[in-house]
Ligand binder design. Structure first.
Ligand SMILES: O=P(O)(O)OC[C@H]1O[C@](O)(CO)[C@@H](O)[C@@H]1O
Length: 467
């Protein structure tokens, strides 16, 4: 990739940079023995990993999405995404990664479209707070659930439908857009019966890999994010991340080094962007890395309990809360710094009208230089402390770079799944909680589970402190 593109620097993962707790050349060689099989699987499973084709095969869908976005922006003041996990996090990362950080507060003229919100929880105060600031009549709700059954999203949807009915009677169809599976799930049945505008999550595109399909693209279009540029970034990354040679494929190197680190007891992956707008990218990555790699069983059915705990941190803010631990605590984490070479704006630290004393050296410099210097300083400090870290540098925060970053991390995650010999595309571990929730909420067919839950032995009172 050329100089103006993203740069991914793995030096500080290595013993040559950080000393005894780093990865050695021979560790790379050893893990690289798996690479031919990893590459073979990545090639063989390309079609099954349908998210890899999304930058290439959606011309018609994107045209429809843009038309729908134009309708939404022409008719509504607000656009609200209802969804959770992979149905929400990509939209959030896209939004803050490319748009004005106070988007909803700037004028409509400057925004060029509806205000944008994502509701990805079932906190009553959070949902009610949104209703306090939007006029539901003037709001389009995008209900996203691939399975079409997710309890959080369906309950949000029901609340919204009733609010709409209160103010619009039966005339609320235009305020709703759905995105779901092509045939499965309750939402699809509702779509068929009531004829809401509906987009499809393609087969082979799991929630956490779905940002570049209608799940994230309708948000992108409503936000006037350049979808062609998103795809261009993803395609560039695809080209790099399908190469067979480890030394030319950054996704393979990421996967190899992180899996080697896991074998060395490095159980935590901290993503620490130095840009407010990229914190949501770290949130998105957290689901991607956690749900894809956290697995009890290996492909051969044996118990492996693999995975690495993702942590989101924000530079520089979390330097003043977490870096003490990262430098001096256990050797159990790797930090992925993300920095941005050129921010969208510049902010000078002017000469102050009072004597700033020892702080006067800051005068005439920029906040841009300060954040960049703090990133380098923190990288230096954790490297000196012998802790694994690496750096992803974005030349700018724009649609192309964000598209490339999504695709890079998706490819790295899929490759890591192959190195770990687990299925990176299922999530059986979340089922137990979902089923228990159905039971506790009285869903038909879950009576036995409800009885089981109610029969669970009481807690030992001596460990419960009623203060
Ligand atoms: O899009 P859905 O089916 O509502 O799922 C939401 C999220 O729930 C999960 O299935 C896990 O609970 C995620 O994998 C997914 O992104």
């Amino acid at each position: 990739m050329e100089d103006e593109n993203m740069k991914i620097d793995f030096n500080n993962m290595l013993q040559t940079s950080i000393g005894e707790h780093g990865i050695r050349e021979q560790d790379i060689q050893k893990m690289a023995q798996k690479l031919p099989q990893v590459h073979k699987n990545m090639c063989a499973k390309k079609d099954a990993m349908a998210w890899r084709s999304l930058p290439y095969n959606q011309a018609e869908i994107v045209a429809d999405i843009k038309k729908e976005a134009d309708r939404i922006n022409a008719n509504f003041d607000n656009f609200v995404v209802l969804g959770i996990g992979g149905s929400a996090l990509g939209s959030k990362a896209l939004f803050t990664g490319t748009k004005h950080l106070k988007y909803n507060e700037i004028s409509r003229e400057k925004r060029g479209g509806a205000r944008f919100y994502v509701v990805d929880n079932v906190d009553p105060d959070g949902i009610n707070a949104l209703f306090d600031v939007i006029d539901v009549k003037k709001t389009c709700f995008h209900v996203i659930t691939k399975s079409g059954n997710t309890v959080e999203t369906m309950s949000q949807f029901m609340i919204v439908l009733s609010k709409l009915e209160e103010v619009l009677g039966e005339d609320f169809k235009d305020n709703i857009v759905l995105t779901t599976d092509k045939e499965k799930g309750i939402l699809k049945k509702i779509s068929n019966q009531y004829g809401f505008k509906t987009f499809t999550v393609p087969d082979g595109v799991g929630g956490r890999f779905s940002v570049l399909c209608p799940v994230g693209l309708l948000s992108a279009a409503v936000l006037n994010i350049d979808i062609d540029a998103l795809f261009a970034g993803a395609k560039e990354m695809d080209e790099a991340c399908t190469r067979e040679d480890l030394w030319e494929n950054p996704a393979y190197m990421y996967a190899l080094l992180y899996c080697t680190a896991m074998d060395m007891g490095v159980n935590i992956s901290v993503m620490m962007p130095y840009a407010d707008g990229l914190l949501n990218m770290a949130e998105w990555y957290a689901q991607l890395w956690a749900e894809s790699l956290g697995k009890r069983y290996g492909n051969d059915g044996s118990v492996v309990n693999k995975g690495q705990t993702p942590v989101r941190a924000l530079g520089v803010t979390d330097q003043h809360s977490q870096i003490q631990l990262y430098t001096e605590g256990p050797f159990d984490k790797v930090i992925s710094f993300i920095d941005v070479e050129k921010f969208n704006t510049e902010l000078k630290i002017p000469d102050a009208p009072i004597d700033m004393m020892d702080a006067a050296y800051l005068q005439g410099q920029t906040i841009n230089k300060l954040i960049a210097s703090e990133m380098r300083a923190t990288e230096y400090a954790v490297t000196q402390a012998g802790k694994m870290n690496m750096r992803i540098t974005l030349p700018e925060m724009n649609a192309r770079e964000i598209g490339a970053l999504f695709f890079f991390l998706e490819m790295a995650t899929a490759a890591a799944g192959e190195f770990l010999e687990i299925d990176a595309f299922d999530q059986p571990g979340v089922e137990a909680g979902k089923i228990a929730t159905f039971a506790l909420m009285g869903r038909e067919g879950y009576e036995e589970k409800a009885a089981e839950l109610n029969a669970v032995q009481g807690k030992d009172g001596k460990f419960v402190y009623q203060v």
